[in-house]
Design a protein around this ligand. Structure first.
Ligand code: FES
Length: 164
């Protein structure tokens, strides 16, 4: 299942924790505060590490299971950080019919992660995306702002090697 566990060690700073605690303090008495608190927490950390959900749980007395349930249910939340290199494979129709599903599978196999995750060294994260408007180059993937088109699975090793 994608996006269910964090593979990268937590590295939050004291400043981030201070900002988080301030947000919780300000909002926790309000009704329905959990969603906005999680949103702010994600703004602060870029994702929702379990260490952060634990602080939220301790401070608000909302059980971890509930917090985890909300964080995994809504697609705007992510439990994984993005990598230094963010790989996004287009699974839009034009790319899909030209084999982007195979590219995506090959990347999962090669990186040892599933979609939505990040490699433990923080280097690569992998996601699927919708049409990026480069259908003429299908199948397409992006690594950060770089677009790679007319891909075959055999191109993957060489492309990743550029980022080693
Ligand atoms: S469907 Fe992939 S770029 Fe349009």
């Amino acid at each position: 299942m994608p996006n269910k566990k964090t593979t990268v060690a937590f590295s939050g700073t004291e400043e981030q924790e201070e900002a988080l605690r301030k947000v919780i303090e300000e909002m926790k008495e309000e009704k329905g505060a959990l969603m906005p608190i999680l949103q702010k927490a994600q703004d602060i950390y870029g994702y929702l590490p379990k260490e952060v959900m634990k602080i939220i749980s301790d401070e608000t007395q909302i059980p971890m299971e509930k917090i985890y349930g909300v964080a995994t249910f809504y697609s705007q939340f992510t439990l994984n950080p993005k990598g230094k290199y963010r790989i996004s494979v287009c699974l839009g129709t034009a790319c899909y019919v030209k084999g982007s599903g195979d590219i995506y599978n090959k990347l999962m196999e090669k990186l040892g992660i599933v979609g939505g995750e990040c490699t433990p060294d923080g280097k690569f994260s992998l996601d699927a995306c919708r049409c990026v408007g480069a259908c003429g180059l299908a199948p397409v993937m992006m690594i950060n702002d770089e677009v790679y088109g007319r891909l075959t699975v055999d191109d993957i090793d060489d492309i990743l090697a550029k980022y080693e």
